[in-house]
Design a protein around this ligand. Structure first.
Ligand SMILES: Cc1cc2nc3c(=O)[nH]c(=O)nc-3n(C[C@H](O)[C@H](O)[C@H](O)COP(=O)(O)O)c2cc1C
Length: 182
């Protein structure tokens, strides 16, 4: 049985990030042949095109991890009705030098949680725009705009009862999507 490696990019650097917890909990809903690894983006320098010919070690590490993965899962908060700058920075780094993007062709899933009522819907829409340009086939349905509220996680960090069936369905579709496109 082959293993599908999924690189998980979390758009929040916050220690107690709801999105990081969501990423961890979603991974537990996947079948055994799926392995999820959260990649670091907090040590990437600010993107500067002058450095394209000499990318920082952290950038090369990120690109290597994405290249080795069969799929990418983006789990992001919404910052001011868009994606956090740290996530865009990571996407920009991985896309360069021109013609050497690590993202192209990798099947992607987009999900996110926020304390706001629209549950990252606008951030996800902005992210989808970027991923389309980066040539990443991205799961369209179901969408998952997750409201971060009491009970989203149980005491063990699993998805709580109220959201479990819905998010299990989302993970099942994502798994099928990766298998179809990798
Ligand atoms: C700079 C900033 C901007 C934010 N903008 C939004 C927003 O546009 N929409 C929203 O629903 N929540 C917004 N929030 C609240 C986030 O949903 C909340 O901080 C959430 O916990 C962030 O995700 P995390 O727990 O994974 O870090 C914002 C928070 C910050 C710090």
């Amino acid at each position: 049985m082959s293993t599908y490696r999924i690189a998980v990019v979390v758009g929040s650097l916050r220690k107690d990030s709801f999105n990081r917890k969501l990423a961890t909990a979603l991974a537990r809903l996947a079948p055994q042949d799926f392995e999820f690894q959260q990649v670091r983006i907090d040590d990437l320098p600010l993107y500067n095109q002058d450095d394209d010919g000499n990318q920082a070690e952290a950038v090369r590490r990120l690109k290597g991890e994405i290249a080795a993965a069969q799929g990418v899962l983006f789990v992001t908060p919404e910052y001011n009705r868009s994606i956090p700058g740290v996530l865009k920075n990571a996407l920009d780094h991985g896309s360069r030098p021109y013609g050497q993007s690590c993202w192209a062709g990798k099947p992607a899933g987009v999900v996110g949680t926020s304390i706001g009522a629209i549950g990252t819907a606008l951030a996800q829409q902005h992210l989808r725009n970027v991923l389309a340009y980066l040539d990443m086939p991205t799961l369209g349905q179901p969408e998952a705009f997750v409201h971060a509220k009491d009970g989203l996680f149980d005491a063990d960090g699993n998805i709580g009862e109220a959201s479990r069936a819905f998010l299990q369905g989302w993970v099942d579709k994502y798994v099928a999507w990766v298998k179809r496109h990798s």
